[in-house]
Ligand binder design. Structure first.
Ligand SMILES: [Zn+2]
Ligand SMILES: [Zn+2]
Length: 127
């Protein structure tokens, strides 16, 4: 009996599995991951300080994580402050700036492109 799994199930193959990156046109298995932040022991242990060395990778990913967290926190604050505001209004998929909420909070959210998901109104014209 042949089992025919659904298309999202991986088939047996000789391809690399697990984490990999493309380098010079071929897949290369990722055998170690860079440090995620400066608390990683490799951050202090780094001595060579070449391009993309452990300490630079640690600082970069820590910085990115902080930016991401700040942005999530800001979006959460805006979600609370702008509850039920029509910050962005789309009529038939077309952005209607004349229908946007004009309060300062909504202006700010639009100016930094951080409109809470629930504050976008998708309307249909009745024509
Ligand atoms: Zn280093
Ligand atoms: Zn508003």
């Amino acid at each position: 009996m042949t089992i025919n799994p659904p298309p999202h199930i991986a088939r047996p193959s000789t391809d690399l599995v697990g984490p990999m990156v493309w380098f010079r046109g071929q897949p290369v298995a990722v055998t170690s991951s860079p440090p995620r932040d400066t608390t990683d022991p490799r951050y202090n242990a780094c001595t060579e300080h070449r391009l993309a060395c452990d300490c630079r990778e640690a600082e970069l990913s820590e910085g990115l994580a902080e930016h991401r967290i700040d942005r999530f926190a800001l979006r959460e604050q805006l979600e609370v402050a702008l509850i039920d505001h029509p910050t962005v209004v789309l009529v038939d998929g077309i952005d209607r700036a004349d229908l946007h909420c004009r309060c300062q909070g909504c202006e700010f959210a639009r100016s930094i492109s951080l409109v809470p998901f629930k504050n976008t109104r998708y309307l249909r014209s009745l024509l």
